[in-house]
Design a binder for this molecule. Sequence first.
Ligand code: AMP
Length: 211
Amino acid sequence: MKIIMLGPPGAGKGTQAKKISKKYDIPLISTGDILRKEIRERTKIGEKVKEYINDGKLAPDDIVIAIIKELLEKSDYKNGYVFDGFPRTLIQAFELDKLDVINIVLYINVPFKELVNRLSSRRNCPKCGKLYNLVFVPPKKKGICDICGTSLIHREDDKEEIVIKRINTYHEQTEPLINYYKKKKLLEEINGIGKIEEIFNNIENVLENLK
Ligand code: AMP
């Protein structure tokens, strides 16, 4: 199964993508995680994309597309994967069409007023990647990852001012993908409001029907 997760920042794409990856044993490809790693490791790519990410803008298409092209050539991705955060522009979607055949696009729909609250209370573990939300899924010990004991961070781009910019960027550049995939009859809309497990059950139902 080759799956795209679509939806605004804060819709819960990452959380659900991780669950899909685990349950169906397919690799997760998160372009946000890949780019953040490049920044942490101070690579050439990291240096190029840092300013965009910290300012709530998208990284340049050519950089992201080159990363995905290289990844998809590896055999680990032949049998399936779930994309979290890619494609994010029509240009990226056109390029992906040249590289592979996608089976389904899960569009996680959450009203915009919900998103700012969600993102500004999000915290993550820089070591194991576990996501927390101070309101809905707080860590057992304040500021510390339940799984690996690392100090949690508040992503620079999850701060309120940048969150608003990211949502605007989504409106302008990513939202057109909804119609693009609707026309291709690949889009399945998932209500992103509710408990994580309930939303995942809905996703499972959609994916089981695909088999
Ligand atoms: P995410 O973790 O998916 O919210 O991504 C964090 C940031 O990384 C985004 O706000 C963008 O600046 C950048 N990014 C992630 N994926 C892409 C992509 N497919 N195209 C361009 N920029 C991206």
